[in-house]
Design a protein around this ligand. Structure first.
Ligand code: COA
Length: 438
């Protein structure tokens, strides 16, 4: 059958489409900007027809009404990342948090550790061969599509068409819901003096010809702002963000010295502003690949001069990095942090660098300022990146380097880049703990 006829035959309202979800099913969504809001809203509106539907996803940006207390008799939420919509439900015990390295999600789906009965995804309109592009999130989508018994797709005519492991053919989809709504955008990050100083320190570690992974937020954006004078940079990054477009347009990124996927901007999901979404649309330079390729440490390790830059919440004297919990509370998830730390750490050319970049202090809701460099991690906190994987830790006060350093040397390096208001107390802790002069 011609795919155009197939398309017409599968057209549905969102309310009709979500009737294919059955009690007891596990429903997986595309993450981040690939979330299909019309389908999710319809699923929540149809809740009275479900019992025991499990919802699973990675980073999410939507309203997450399925995680509200009044919906817990219909939906079980099992997240692989805590974000603003699910954090409260996880920490109040209504939702489950499942720790998993991002690169392993497709593998867990293949092996049945993660169940996928229904996939809900937002895609671009089909191309002339009948393929829709899952556009802004490749990550686990293609594997989830293989495993799912039912695929519900929101075809949003504003979704860009991105090349790579993104294509879902109309024949694979069970119900198509046409929508036309703006794609979620990330507000531009506020870059202050501290972030600018961090950006400069990080940029000093990036050599021309490096391949970069950068995360989300003010610090990665501040780093990119300081990289405009570099040459022949490449991108192999979990996320492709708006800052990458500016850096590409400045000429600093050309991918010419990449050892794999030469010349391509490689990512597993895309999130930023409208300019970014226009840039990636039908752009042969942009390659969105599945997360078990992009984030696999063995693939990352093949990149020349791989530099990974991520953020954290707390670092202790040993160099143990806490990035996804605040004390006993689950704040986010490991995402790809350890995937990239390990990949850069095992780089085949021996020139990889893993950087944790953070402001030296955090301001709590109470207004109290706390040091992110601490003698001991908070009670109940989980180590995200171990002291064996850690390498550079950058604050606005400089660069601490961990690999090859003893425990005392690590602590001294870290105290040297701590905030002046906390330095004396940290030195006292050092003297007590190590029974040594600072
Ligand atoms: N103690 C208590 N609270 C702290 C804290 C500390 N040591 N450090 C930070 N916080 C609070 C902040 O005050 C802020 O609170 P608010 O939400 O009320 O404003 C909150 O935690 C977030 O801190 P912030 O520094 O603004 O975080 P961020 O948005 O820059 O994100 C991470 C930082 C570490 C949470 C984020 O990078 C992450 O989730 N990383 C793990 C995943 C990852 O690295 N993926 C990489 C590939 S994209």
């Amino acid at each position: 059958m011609d795919f155009r006829d197939m398309y017409k035959g599968k057209l549905s309202t969102a309310d009709e489409a979500v009737k294919l979800i059955k009690s007891g099913d596990t429903v997986v969504f595309a993450s981040a900007a690939g979330e299909p809001p019309a389908l999710i809203d319809a699923m929540v509106a149809n809740k009275k027809n479900y019992r025991n539907v499990t919802i699973s996803h990675m980073f999410n940006v939507g309203k997450c009404e399925y995680a509200l207390p009044e919906n817990s008799e219909y939906f079980n939420v099992r997240c692989w990342f805590a974000a603003s919509g699910t954090r409260k439900a996880i920490n109040e015990g209504r939702a489950e948090f499942v720790p998993v390295f991002f690169y392993q999600v497709p593998q867990y789906m293949r092996s049945g550790i993660f169940n996928v009965d229904v996939l809900m995804v937002m895609v671009s309109p089909p191309d002339e061969k009948g393929y829709c592009s899952a556009s802004l999130t490749s990550d686990y989508i293609i594997e989830a599509a293989k495993q799912a018994k039912v695929i519900l797709a929101e075809v949003n005519d504003r979704m860009p068409y991105v090349y790579g492991d993104t294509l879902i053919h109309i024949s694979e989809i069970d119900k198509i819901v046409e929508t036309s709504h703006p794609i979620p955008e990330l507000a531009p990050a506020v870059i202050g003096e501290a972030e600018t100083a961090i950006g400069k320190h990080c940029a000093s570690l990036v050599e021309d010809g490096s391949t970069l992974q950068l995360g989300i937020g003010a610090i990665p954006d501040a780093v990119m702002a300081q990289l405009k004078g570099k040459k022949h940079l490449g991108i192999h990054s979990e996320m492709i963000s708006s800052g990458i477009v500016d850096l590409y347009e400045s000429g600093a990124i050309d991918g010419s010295e990449k050892s794999i996927d030469k010349g391509k901007l490689v990512g597993t999901f895309i999130m930023g502003d409208k300019k970014l979404y226009d840039f990636v649309d039908h752009n042969p330079v942009v390659l969105l690949k599945a997360v078990d390729y992009v984030n696999h440490p063995i693939v990352i390790a093949q990149n020349a001069k791989m530099v990974s830059i991520n953020a954290c919440l707390q670092v202790d004297f040993l160099g143990q990095v806490v990035s996804d919990t605040i004390g006993t509370k689950q704040f986010s998830g490991v995402g790809g942090q350890v995937d990239f730390f390990r990949g850069a750490g095992m780089s085949l050319d021996g020139l990889g660098k893993s950087i944790i970049a953070m402001t030296s202090t955090a301001t709590l809701k109470s207004g109290e300022k706390v040091s992110k460099i601490v003698p001991y991690i908070d009670h109940g906190a989980a180590v995200t990146t171990s002291r064996h994987d850690v390498d550079y830790i950058v604050t606005e006060y400089g660069i601490a380097q961990m690999k090859g350093k003893s425990l005392k040397e690590r602590a001294r390096e870290l105290i040297n880049v701590s905030h002046p208001d906390f330095k004396n107390d940290l030195i006292k802790e050092y003297v007590n703990r190590f029974n040594s002069e600072f």
